[in-house]
Design a protein around this ligand. Structure first.
Ligand code: ADP
Ligand code: ZN
Length: 214
């Protein structure tokens, strides 16, 4: 099985992908996490994508596809994409790639959250520097301020969760990613969940899309 999560930055794709991939035994593919990892390790790819990430702009399609093919070529589990595809061109490339492997997309899940809500969430988001767990200082704060409940490492504000960059990311989503809704709506595997609910309620709705599996 292969699944795509779609939605605004801040719609909860990362949070839901972690839960769902575990329930379904799938490989969680977050292109954002991949780029941040490369950046942290200062690899040539990391250096190349740094400017795009900090500005809230998309990494060029060609680079995204190269890194994904390199990482996923040998993966045998089902793939759960979070943050990819982000352009119609990426979606077309993914279709072609799956077709060449005799695979297809089983579900595209759109996490629907109003724009005002995602802007609010991104401003309040903190990410654990150790294990990557995501917090929200308003709705889901850690027990001890600035410290991860799970691994006790410091929580950080992602560089692209600063106000100027948030506005850019929202605009980039509207311009380049939103057209994917129409692209997938006609595919027959399109599903939608109310992403404005609490994370565990969204997880329940999404799990209900896979009866007997999740
Ligand atoms: P969010 O969905 O909250 O914006 P991500 O972690 O998915 O966060 O992405 C962070 C950044 O990584 C994006 O703003 C972009 O620069 C880059 N990125 C991630 N995925 C892609 C992609 N599929 N295509 C182009 N750029 C990407
Ligand atoms: Zn942690």
């Amino acid at each position: 099985m292969n699944i795509i999560l779609l939605g605004y930055p801040g719609s909860g794709k990362g949070t839901q992908a972690k839960v769902l991939s575990q329930k379904l035994g799938m490989f969680h593919v977050s292109t954002g996490d991949i780029f941040r990892e490369e950046l942290a390790k200062k690899t040539p790819l990391g250096v190349e994508v740094a400017g795009y990430l900090s500005a809230g702009r998309l990494v060029p399609d060609k680079l995204v596809l190269e890194v994904l093919k390199a990482r996923l070529g040998a993966e045998t589990r089902g793939l759960l994409f979070d943050g990819f595809p982000r352009t119609v061109e990426q979606a077309e490339s993914l279709d072609a790639w799956f077709e060449s492997r005799g695979q297809s997309i089983d579900a595209v899940i759109f996490l629907n959250v109003p724009e005002a809500e995602v802007a609010r969430r991104l401003g309040a988001r903190r990410t654990c520097s150790g294990c990557g767990k995501i917090y929200n200082v308003i709705t889901n704060p850690p027990a001890k301020e600035g410290t991860c409940d799970v691994c006790a490492k410091p929580l950080l504000t992602r560089e692209d969760d600063k106000p100027e960059v948030i506005a850019r990311r929202i605009q980039v989503y509207k311009d380049q990613t939103e057209p994917l809704l129409a692209y997938y709506r006609s595919s027959g595997v399109f599903r939608e969940a109310d992403g404005s609910l609490a994370p565990e309620d969204v997880a329940g709705k999404v799990a209900a899309m896979f009866p007997g599996k999740a």
